[in-house]
Design a protein around this ligand. Structure first.
Ligand SMILES: Nc1ncnc2c1ncn2[C@@H]1O[C@H](COP(=O)(O)OP(=O)(O)O)[C@@H](O)[C@H]1O
Ligand SMILES: [Mg+2]
Length: 249
């Protein structure tokens, strides 16, 4: 077995009907147990990269492996072992589902079609709601949550999958500063306790968890830096990219 949980070689992903690849010539190896942040301005291709990794969007050239398996051939199997927390979501304020039921949907892959949730499944759901600080929300309808609370419920749902790999798309985007700090602590705890590999995406240079030793910089669909966090944060190139981004806003 390979030591890499993710291996992408010369990967391009072109959206249907588009000519220019959203991500281009991506070469990325992530080892089991790493916690990396992929950083880049809006539109850089970060979400596309995550969705290419979990097989939601097919790459148009190159090769990709996750858990040592070719992504396109094994995407259902691969996805079962990936907890993916999406960035954009709309909560229907009238949605009648309770938080605990949403978190339980994370168990669907493990429970399968032919059995019901057991006591252990519910224990796991409660445990993960507790971990993310949402224990008291079990019986609340999801339509009544704030963006940050819903993000935590989605994280609890992903953890209930008992994934080997966690893909987090901008987990700090709906949170204020103190909630960000708590989320950072939480991710560090998950990384410590759950033997899980974490790939996190962020457009905010100022918020890379301390635990993250490696940072990959994506700009206009290409990886332009892949280095230790301290080298990235002190490089001239990074300020150029992010100044450009700020002046655009
Ligand atoms: N469904 C789609 N169809 C066509 N182009 C898309 C689609 N989704 C994203 N793109 C384009 O791909 C590029 C990368 O987008 P995305 O991966 O969402 O960037 P990021 O997550 O870094 O903000 C952008 O130029 C975006 O407009
Ligand atoms: Mg995105």
């Amino acid at each position: 077995m390979t030591e890499n949980i993710i291996e992408l070689q010369n990967v391009d992903t072109i959206y249907e009907g588009e000519k220019i690849p959203a991500i281009h010539n991506i070469n990325l190896k992530v080892r089991y147990g790493e916690f990396i942040t992929i950083i880049g301005p809006n539109g850089a291709g970060k979400t596309t990269l995550l969705e290419t990794i979990n097989g939601l969007i097919p790459y148009t050239s190159g090769t990709g492996h996750v858990f040592g398996k070719e992504i396109k051939k094994h995407k259902m199997d691969i996805r079962k072992n990936i907890g993916y927390v999406i960035q954009n979501f709309d909560i229907d304020p009238l949605a009648p589902f309770l938080c605990k039921d949403i978190v339980m949907t994370g168990r669907a892959g493990k429970i399968g079609l032919f059995r019901f949730a057991t006591k252990r499944d519910w224990e796991l759901v409660r445990h993960n709601m507790d971990i993310v600080g949402m224990k008291g929300f079990a019986e609340r309808p999801i339509g009544k949550l704030s963006g940050g609370e819903f993000q935590k419920i989605l994280l609890a749902r992903a953890l209930s999958q008992e994934p080997k790999l966690l893909l987090l798309d901008e987990p700090f985007s709906n949170l204020d500063l103190s909630a960000r700090r708590k989320m950072e602590k939480l991710l560090t705890k998950i990384h410590d306790e759950k033997n899980i590999t974490i790939v996190m995406v962020s457009h905010d240079l100022n918020f890379i968890p301390q635990r993250c030793s490696r940072v990959v910089v994506l700009d206009k669909g290409r990886i332009i830096m892949d280095d230790r966090r301290e080298n990235i944060l002190t490089s001239d190139m990074i300020t150029t990219i992010f100044h450009k981004e700020e002046s655009r806003v």
